[in-house]
Design a binder for this molecule. Structure first.
Ligand SMILES: Cc1cc2nc3c(=O)[nH]c(=O)nc-3n(C[C@H](O)[C@H](O)[C@H](O)COP(=O)(O)OP(=O)(O)OC[C@H]3O[C@@H](n4cnc5c(N)ncnc54)[C@H](O)[C@@H]3O)c2cc1C
Length: 380
């Protein structure tokens, strides 16, 4: 039985997880709306390039009938990974030779979002819908927004990311701080603005490590690059440090001091980045988290299983969640919403917990003296 027949589905959050779910449910004829906080699709600069994995992100895209669109937009060559030390010496490189050898193809977030949005029925995404609260209404839910009318839905799915406002209606379990904070920046037209790092990148990704710190740099298809530092800090370092992240000079001074043993070439990134920089303490959901399934409310992606980005699984997990949830809700294997959601959540928690464990372990080793030998083993 398709449990969504004659039901109104509200997905809150139009990131990769929410949009993939909307597409998959619409393919089964479901009545779906996506309520997204951003005022429109161009409201935000989309971050670094993502590698999609065969068994998760690509599997979901395939089921969504979007592989042709993916192939037209992915970036062969962007999977090139270079391992550098703090002096910008290239220690190793992982670079498939032919398109057939690429097992984890890369796509920028912007084109991925575009592909998913284009696949939806017109009017599916209700932009400028900042969710604020949820209350029971007969057998369903009433959703309230900061800047628009309330809506009613039979089933609500939280796809609203790391600081989900819906998650507390499902479980009180909270994320814990991973010990690492990143400072993220973008450089437009990197060939001109930061030519030395641009040359080191060579259209791919850099993982630079040293002194228990990391610097990840990623090229993008529009000629820009995105970078993020990784340092062990106190959870509330941002407040204590008193840095104004919209002041380039202050962020550069912080970088020079914190990465004092690193070669000056890296400063090019900070000198030429657009402002503001974004500072992100990285969190993870507990690996053993659990909760009782509800009949008409669930969550996916970062809302359900936030993890640090050091296993490259976040987007892939969010898209696989969407596929598995859509199958549980529409595949005819369950007689009621609660058992469908319970089955989805059980497999999602187990899978995400394994990915988060790997990500936390990688995070620890990459910010330790073992970082370079670890990455060299990984590449080789
Ligand atoms: C620095 C960094 C690097 C990363 N690198 C990678 C990587 O290389 N590979 C990878 O797989 N993953 C990576 N990740 C993780 C990845 O970004 C996330 O796991 C992924 O985006 C989760 O998708 P999602 O759809 O669950 O949530 P999100 O992408 O966070 O989308 C949530 C959506 O909900 C909206 N929203 C939030 N609150 C509300 C509200 N109240 N009302 C309405 N809408 C709301 C947001 O605007 C957003 O559009 C990285 C993360 C970081 C921080």
């Amino acid at each position: 039985m398709n449990l969504l027949t004659n039901k109104k589905i509200a997905i809150v959050g139009g990131g990769p997880g929410g949009l993939t779910l909307a597409r998959l449910l619409q393919m089964k004829g479901a009545h779906v709306k996506v309520y997204e906080r951003d005022p429109n699709k161009n409201a935000r600069q989309q971050g670094a390039t993502l590698d999609l994995h065969e068994e998760s992100g690509l599997k979901a895209l395939r089921e969504a009938g979007l592989m042709a669109a993916f192939r037209a937009n992915y970036r062969p060559g962007a999977e090139k990974l270079r391992i550098l030390d703090k002096n910008a010496v290239i220690l190793a490189e992982d670079s498939p030779k032919t398109e057939e050898e690429i097992d984890r193809p890369e796509i920028d977030r912007g084109p991925l979002q575009e592909i998913l949005l284009d696949s939806l029925l017109p009017g599916t995404v209700v932009w400028n819908s900042h969710f604020v609260s949820l209350s029971p209404d007969r057998d369903g839910w009433k959703l309230e927004f900061k800047n628009g009318p309330a809506v009613l839905a039979d089933i609500v799915i939280a796809a609203d990311g790391a600081r989900s406002g819906i998650r507390p209606y499902i479980t009180p379990v909270k994320a814990f701080y991973s010990g690492i904070t990143v400072v993220e920046g973008s450089v437009y037209d990197s060939a001109t603005a930061s030519p030395k790092v641009h040359a080191l990148l060579d259209g791919g990704k850099i993982f630079a490590m040293g002194d228990e710190r990391t610097l990840v740099v990623s090229s993008k298809g529009d000629g820009s690059l995105v970078f993020y530092t990784g340092c062990k800090t106190d959870e509330h370092w941002i407040r204590a440090a008193g840095i104004d992240f919209s002041d380039k000079a202050q962020v550069l001074a912080w970088f020079k001091k914190t990465y004092s043993g690193w070669a000056p070439v890296w400063e090019e990134l900070f000198e030429n980045a657009s402002i503001p920089f974004v500072c992100r303490p990285l969190y993870s959901m507990p690996l053993d988290q659990t909760w009782e399934a509800l009949p008409n409310l669930t969550m996916l992606g970062d809302a359900a299983h936030l993890m640090p980005p050091f296993a490259g699984e976040g987007v892939n997990m969010a898209m696989l969640d969407a596929l598995e949830l859509s199958q549980c809700l529409t595949g005819g294997n369950f007689s009621d919403g609660r058992s469908a959601i319970a089955a989805y959540e059980e497999q999602m928690r187990a899978r995400a917990s394994a990915a988060a464990k790997e990500s936390l372990a990688n995070s620890d080793v990459l910010h330790s003296p073992e970082a370079i030998p670890f990455m060299l083993r990984f590449v080789n």
